[in-house]
Design a protein around this ligand. Structure first.
Ligand code: FCB
Length: 442
């Protein structure tokens, strides 16, 4: 019988990334990019961010007060290796202290090795386009693993959202290196896979018990006007016929290009993205994943325009009247259930963790509603037999939201960036109660 109670030992956490919270990551590519006017909304720069580099212990106290038993954070490669081949022991010590401080509070650390940012010394090599970069990443991963020694975390993620990194940097060209080049996108795809494989081996060699995955962003992609019943009226103009067939084709192309290739390559050893011209068999990739990480925010409705074949593959803005977030995304809780169902169908028996799900809204009541509606869908998937073991809300403290800068507020903890004061939002307390009782209210 379905109840509101989650499985025993379910992990309740929040997710963060180094560049978005630490402050003063002066040696990475994003820092450099932020200095150039026009790249970040309102001319924002990450600057001190929420000073997580210095305030982590106090922030972890708040997480403990919110009954959290897990926390996801990332290690900043450019801090650990600010110059090529030179590792900063003090930086590594601080990350080790983060692990200790979390454990002291009964919080299980989930560590990401790469969350979008790169050391600037990779610039002359065009970052991930260069075939030498996976070896550099392996060396970095090894330095981290060796430094942590027996205190290394049980849960690791190699990459955050590799397909987002590729899409934003090399397909749409909206983030560094601002290229639009399918050939490069294909190279980056293969190099990220190879870097993942190498890091996986390095971690396993030291910690055979480690559980290693990555955070894969997914959206159900649906054809315009093929919206489901609730939104069909608003989105339904356009009718059936040629447009609709094209849209269905385009939606399935985006689904196949964006949602699946990275994970599929790790399952089958086949690295394949037809639109990038990549179809490469690398059997050594097979089985280099112990669990599946899902980052879910919204669905994508695709309306293909042959005159703009690339940009029209970007999802449509939500139909009028549909609830949307400050990021312009539709609130679509059923989508998380769909992603979990599809992941399980392809990757069972690997357990699934929701490594990110969250919302930026001006009204915290809506954040609370978002959390509750999405958790209800997660619970539904669990009740249907899917092995989901944890949920990480994005994010704990308000932070630097990439090219959106500081006006997007995702946190369950509000930050006053002038004083660095923290205030837990009501939605945070609600989430804290869910974690405490391991059940949804009601
Ligand atoms: C995800 C990113 C994360 C954050 C949220 C809002 O795609 O992984 O860093 O920006 O979106």
């Amino acid at each position: 019988m379905a109840t509101n109670t989650f499985p025993d030992a379910f992990l309740w956490g929040t997710a963060t990334s180094s560049h978005q919270i630490e402050g003063n990551n002066v040696n990475n590519d994003w820092w450099e990019w932020e200095q150039e006017p026009g790249n970040i909304k309102n001319g924002d720069r990450s600057g001190a961010a929420c000073d997580g580099w210095n305030r982590y212990a106090a922030d972890y106290d708040l997480l403990r007060d919110l009954n959290q038993n897990a926390y996801r954070f990332s290690i900043e490669w450019s801090r650990v290796e600010p110059k090529e081949g030179q590792f900063d022991k003090a930086a590594l010590d601080r990350y080790l202290d983060m692990l200790r401080q979390l454990r002291k509070r009964g919080i299980e650390p989930f560590v990401t090795l790469h969350h979008f940012t790169n050391p600037r010394w990779l610039a002359p090599r065009k970052y991930w386009v260069d075939d030498e970069t996976p070896a550099a990443f392996e060396r970095y991963a090894k330095a981290v693993v060796d430094h942590f020694g027996d205190e290394g975390p049980r849960f690791w993620m190699t990459f955050n959202e590799p397909m987002v990194l590729i899409t934003m940097g090399y397909v749409l060209g909206q983030w560094l290196p601002k290229h639009r080049n399918f050939g490069e996108a294909g190279r980056v795809f293969l190099n990220l896979l190879e870097a993942h494989r190498r890091a996986y081996k390095v971690i396993k060699a030291r910690h055979p018990q480690a559980q290693i995955g990555l955070a894969n962003n997914m959206s159900p992609f649906q054809a315009y006007p093929g919206l489901d019943a609730g939104a069909a009226g608003a989105g339904g103009q356009g009718g059936a016929g040629r447009g609709s067939w094209l849209n269905r084709f385009a939606a399935s192309l985006v689904n196949g290009t964006f949602n699946w290739p990275f994970l599929e390559a790790l399952r089958t050893g086949r690295a394949r993205i037809p639109v990038f011209g990549v179809n490469h068999y690398a059997p050594e990739l097979k089985g280099t994943q112990d669990w599946v990480g899902l980052n879910y925010y919204t669905r994508g409705v695709i309306r293909f325009n042959p005159l703009h074949p690339v940009t029209s593959l970007v999802p449509q803005p939500p139909a009028p009247g549909v609830e949307q977030t400050s990021m312009g995304n539709e609130v679509y809780p059923a989508g998380i259930h769909q992603c979990l169902t599809e992941l399980w169908a392809k990757f069972k028996p690997l357990p699934i963790y929701v490594t990110e799900n969250g919302v930026s809204v001006p009204d915290d009541k809506r954040r609370e509603a978002y959390i509750l509606s999405h958790l209800a869908q997660v619970k539904r998937a669990i009740d249907e037999g899917i092995d989901i073991r944890g949920y990480f809300y994005w994010t704990s403290t308000d932070n630097f939201e990439w090219s959106e800068g500081y006006h997007q507020r995702f946190g369950i903890i509000e930050v006053d960036f002038a004083t660095q004061a923290r205030t837990v939002r009501p939605s945070g307390w609600v989430y804290g109660e869910i974690a405490k009782h391991n059940r949804l209210p009601g």
